[in-house]
Design a protein around this ligand. Structure first.
Ligand SMILES: *[C@@H]1O[C@H](CO)[C@@H](O)[C@H](O)[C@H]1NC(C)=O
Ligand SMILES: *[C@@H]1O[C@H](CO)[C@@H](O)[C@H](O)[C@H]1NC(C)=O
Ligand SMILES: *[C@@H]1O[C@H](CO)[C@@H](O)[C@H](O)[C@H]1NC(C)=O
Ligand SMILES: *[C@@H]1O[C@H](CO)[C@@H](O)[C@H](O)[C@H]1NC(C)=O
Ligand SMILES: *[C@@H]1O[C@H](CO)[C@@H](O)[C@H](O)[C@H]1NC(C)=O
Ligand SMILES: *[C@@H]1O[C@H](CO)[C@@H](O)[C@H](O)[C@H]1NC(C)=O
Length: 435
């Protein structure tokens, strides 16, 4: 079907070009451009129902112009053979049916910077698929290659030297490939990527991360290990010293008993949602000294966040807090939030805390007095902040308690007055100290 189209269009083009033979001819239009949308630098063949990649002739024709971006995404291409010499920088073959890529496939594309092979059916990558042009006794590097996307394939392993000729790679996406383990071979392949900034291995079936995995990845800033089978904090997390964002959500982690490694002192954003953590104990997040954004949500078993979960002591034994600006604590099993977990609630730019099982006693007074106005100021709906206990307050919203200036009491001990005073005193004291 496609071939017919092309032949048909070629005739049309041929016919029309005959009519204008007298005019000075610029570079002829490649046949593919009759089907795809071509501009000066791009060839957009997305969603053209191609069942095959371009033929050698069609690729060669593209060299008449200096196209930099070729988009073949969302077709049904199943096989990719060696592409001839072209100045292509961006190649997108995502969302196809690729199950085979010929070894040395990209060797002629010396200026390639971005290659998207995501959402295909690749089960393996032959060792030499990403190798450059063999020259004399060496192989040329893809020295400009920065982005490689292999997400949503069926890769079971990473072969030896897979990325050996992409030393400058910054972004590697391996999301949703059934790797199951990072073996020595995969580890060696990954550790060659010393410029890597961004690694995504979400949904790869990983139970552990081997020690040494990140040792050479000194520039790694963004690590997505979500949706795996990690049950503890992997020791390997102490290796990347420049990490800014870490996603550990959707792992069956039961506790942080090993604490977040001290090396994560530059981490700005942590995602720890949908885990099996029950308690965040004192100091367990206390090494995250630069933390700004904390997602601790949908942890259905999480009943307590210790007052000192995020704090540490400085050299003079002063308690220190990280500069949190965003905190997400929704849909846990918390009965209370301790106001001391953060230093300055008023500096938050976003907060979510709904969907917990709050006990509306004196310990929750500060939430009514401080959190409700904060929610309003931040345009967040307070409707989800609801009392679960005591029975007489069950189902009541914090908003209502706030509007009616309700005082919450602690039944047994009747510590209501001093407790609120302490809480507010602490908060006012903190403010004074900061200002
Ligand atoms: C896509 O191509 C197949 C044959 O390869 C054809 O049967 C189908 O009708 C085409 N679909 C569209 C939307 O053109
Ligand atoms: C490749 O194309 C898909 C559409 O199928 C798009 O979502 C994706 O962002 C493109 N990749 C790159 C690197 O531009
Ligand atoms: C790659 O880019 C360089 C510099 O822009 C250029 O000289 C060279 O011809 C390009 N390579 C190809 C295969 O087009
Ligand atoms: C973290 O991982 C979860 C689960 O895979 C995902 O929903 C979320 O978007 C991720 N967040 C970031 C910032 O990567
Ligand atoms: C939530 O906490 C309550 C006690 O406050 C406990 O009975 C319940 O089992 C917990 N839910 C889960 C899913 O752990
Ligand atoms: C809050 O919402 C109102 C109206 O919905 C809008 O005008 C205002 O700009 C919002 N404020 C912030 C801080 O987003």
């Amino acid at each position: 079907m496609y071939i017919l189209c092309v032949v048909f269009y070629m005739c049309v083009i041929h016919a029309s070009s005959q009519e204008v033979t007298d005019l000075p001819t610029t570079t002829p239009t490649p046949a593919v451009c009759a089907v795809c949308i071509c501009t000066d630098i791009t060839v957009d063949c997305a969603q053209k129902n191609f069942s095959e990649s371009l033929t050698i002739d069609e690729w060669n024709e593209l060299s008449m112009r200096s196209f930099k971006e070729i988009d073949l995404s969302e077709n049904s291409i199943d096989i990719l053979t060696i592409i001839p010499i072209l100045p292509i920088e961006k190649l997108n073959i995502s969302n196809n049916k690729l199950h085979y890529i010929e070894p040395w496939c990209f060797k002629n594309l010396e200026n390639l910077t971005s290659l998207d092979l995501s959402s295909n059916l690749l089960t393996e990558l032959k060792k030499t698929v990403f190798w450059g042009l063999p020259m004399k006794n060496t192989i040329t590097q893809f020295s400009k290659m920065v982005y490689l996307n292999l997400a949503h394939n069926d890769l079971h392993m990473i072969s030896k030297d897979a990325f050996s000729f992409m030393h400058s790679l910054r972004h590697l996406d391996l999301t949703r490939n059934p790797l199951k383990i990072i073996d020595q071979v995969a580890m060696a392949a990954l550790s060659e990527l010393t410029f890597l900034k961004d690694l995504k291995m979400s949904g790869c079936g990983l139970e552990d991360l081997p020690i040494g995995m990140f040792r050479t990845l000194r520039r790694l800033e963004y690590l997505d290990m979500s949706d795996n089978y990690l049950t503890t904090l992997p020791s390997a997390l102490s290796e990347p010293a420049n990490l800014k964002m870490l996603n550990l959500s959707r792992n069956p982690i039961t506790s942080l008993s090993d604490k977040m490694p001290l090396s994560l002192s530059k981490l700005k954003e942590l995602h720890l949602c949908n885990t099996k953590v029950e308690v965040i104990k004192s100091g367990e997040l206390g090494s995250l000294k630069s933390l700004e954004v904390l997602y601790l949500c949908n942890n259905r078993r999480l009943i307590e966040i210790s007052e000192d979960a995020l704090t540490w002591l400085d050299d003079d034994e002063n308690k220190m807090w990280p500069p949190i600006t965003e905190v997400h604590l929704h849909n846990n099993n918390l009965t209370a939030i301790n106001s001391a977990i953060l230093f300055r609630w008023d500096l938050l730019t976003d907060i979510t805390a709904e969907g917990n099982h709050y006990v509306c006693d004196c310990h929750a007074q500060w939430m009514v007095d401080v959190l409700v106005p904060l929610y309003t100021r931040l345009n967040r709906s307070v409707n989800g902040l609801i009392c679960s206990r005591p029975p007489e307050l069950r189902g009541l919203s914090f908003a209502l308690l706030h509007d009616s200036s309700k005082s919450l009491i602690c039944e047994e001990t009747n510590l209501h007055e001093p407790d609120v005073a302490i809480v507010l005193g602490v908060m006012i004291g903190k403010k004074l100290k900061q200002e």
